[in-house]
Design a protein around this ligand. Structure first.
Ligand code: 2HG
Ligand code: ZN
Length: 466
């Protein structure tokens, strides 16, 4: 049966590279969630937008589901293929296609890794400012599909701000060029933005034209140790008023302990409950003096217990490793991940409730907090207790997430800040989006993917349950 389907695909898309080895099905059928058993039909590696279009048209006729696939570094199950889907990997579409010095844009194929985009921008003395720890493995298409955020949102915003134009193949099999990289284009619905954050449910991004910016001025990095969670928001307010912040990230002593166990170097002799990594412009003496003034203002009010200011690029990288190494250091514990957001102004009230819930909801579980506090975005990782089976663990975590979603709803927040809904957060979409909004989303999906072949089961079910 499978071999007949594959033969028909190869006949429809001559020259298409396909993999069907069990090891490949396993490798390409999962993302970083590691919660589902991969079971794709095959992996297709198209080399052009035309081949992608031919695959989608074939899949419509044959009724085969497609899972678009980039670097599969996602944490919400958006790239999981566990039901005989065809994985459409963009791995062989990873070329930088062009640079325009006047428009300050870079055009790349969707499979290009984020780090390759950074390097290409740097070659032209410009920068693509979206950045996060998985830069070497994730693809630009995946970052677009999730409207990825990361560590510099506080300064530069999310992926959405940096997409000048897109080429997409819709689930209907049409190849669309969206926005033509125009800065001003008041000619109706901006379809480009529908595809940003659509998690592969409307079609496949095949090409993106990215806006570039001037590289930031020289920066410096400080690591602060804090005595309490409450101090975090005060330190943020002080640093923000004194400095041009590029990043403001926090993590707890638990997070630090795991990163240190993975080989990072301890920053202070003593252990403190909370830590902040802040990166800020330090281009001249005035900015350096401002950094010192900010630090003194924090120290005087007892908000900071210890601090270190980097004095070299190597030391700055070492300090960043403490924050960026967290996800990897937790992976072995198969963490249940929450990626939530509220408005920054709502953070103190939300935090008080969330902390109480998690302490009561997870007695004896290890809960690791970190994230982008300056964007109102918290990552809450719950580690699997030793000896607890997967089913019991996920059931317990789901119960607590029900209450967390209620709290978020009351504070006007979101159940997914930057990782997407995928499979992991699908049961809680209604806590963040109204029934009317979801009905509109369903209608849009129906138009762009009339046969329901694009990443079915992700984000929400294509058709309402009968
Ligand atoms: C980060 O900010 C990523 O490091 C991953 O968004 C978060 O592992 C996580 O929960
Ligand atoms: Zn994050």
């Amino acid at each position: 049966m499978n071999s007949a389907v594959i033969a028909s695909l190869l006949a429809a898309v001559p020259g298409l590279m396909l993999k069907t080895d069990p090891a490949d099905l396993e490798h390409y059928g999962r993302d970083w969630t590691r919660r589902w058993t991969p079971a794709p039909l095959a992996i297709a590696f198209p080399e052009s937008a035309q081949q992608v279009q031919a695959i989608v048209r074939w899949a419509r006729v044959e009724g085969v589901a497609i899972v678009p696939s980039g670097g599969r570094t996602g944490l919400s199950g958006g790239a999981v293929a566990a039901h005989g889907e065809l994985v459409l990997s963009l791995e062989r579409m990873a070329k930088v296609l062009g640079f325009d010095a006047v428009d300050r844009t870079l055009t790349v194929q969707a499979g290009t890794p984020l780090e390759a985009v950074h390097n290409a921008a740097r070659e032209h003395e410009l920068a693509y400012p979206v950045d996060f720890a998985s830069r070497g493995s994730c693809s630009i298409g995946g970052t677009i599909a999730t409207n990825a955020g990361g560590i510099r949102v506080i300064r530069y915003g999310n992926t959405r701000e940096w997409i000048a134009g897109l080429k997409v193949v819709t689930g209907a099999g049409d190849l669309l060029e969206l926005n033509r990289s125009l800065i001003k284009n008041s000619s109706g619905y901006d379809l480009r933005h529908l595809f940003i954050g659509s998690e592969g449910t409307l079609g496949i991004v095949v090409e993106a034209t990215l806006r570039l910016t001037a590289p930031s001025a020289p920066t410096n990095v400080m690591l602060l140790a804090l005595p309490s969670f409450e101090a975090l928001m005060d330190v943020f307010a002080i640093l923000r008023s004194h400095l041009a912040l590029e990043a403001f990230e926090f993590f707890t002593d638990r997070a630090l302990a795991h990163v240190l166990a993975h080989g990072a170097q301890a920053p202070f002799a003593e252990v403190h409950p909370y830590y902040v990594v802040a990166e800020f412009e330090a281009a001249d003496e005035a900015q350096e003096a401002a950094a010192l003034a900010a630090f003194e203002a924090c120290a005087e009010t007892g908000l900071v217990s210890d601090a270190v200011l980097s004095s070299s690029d190597a030391q700055a990288a070492q300090l960043w490793r403490l924050r960026e190494g967290i996800t990897e250091s937790l992976a072995a514990f198969r963490p249940y991940k929450n990626d939530v957001s509220v408005r920054v102004s709502a953070m103190p009230a939300f935090l008080a409730e969330a902390q109480a819930l998690l302490a009561a909801g997870y007695p004896g579980f290890e809960v690791v907090w970190f994230g982008h506090i300056g964007d109102g975005n918290l990552h809450i990782n719950v580690l699997t207790p030793e000896g607890m089976g997967e089913t019991e663990f996920v059931a317990r975590c789901s119960e607590v997430t029900d209450t967390l979603a209620d709290i978020l709803q009351r504070h006007g927040g979101s159940i997914s800040a930057e990782h997407g809904i995928g499979l992991v957060k699908k049961p809680w979409l209604e806590s963040t989006r109204s029934a009317e909004e979801i009905a509109v989303m369903r209608g849009i999906r129906q138009v762009l993917d009339p046969s329901g072949i694009m990443n079915p089961g992700k984000l929400f079910d294509s058709r309402p349950a009968a």
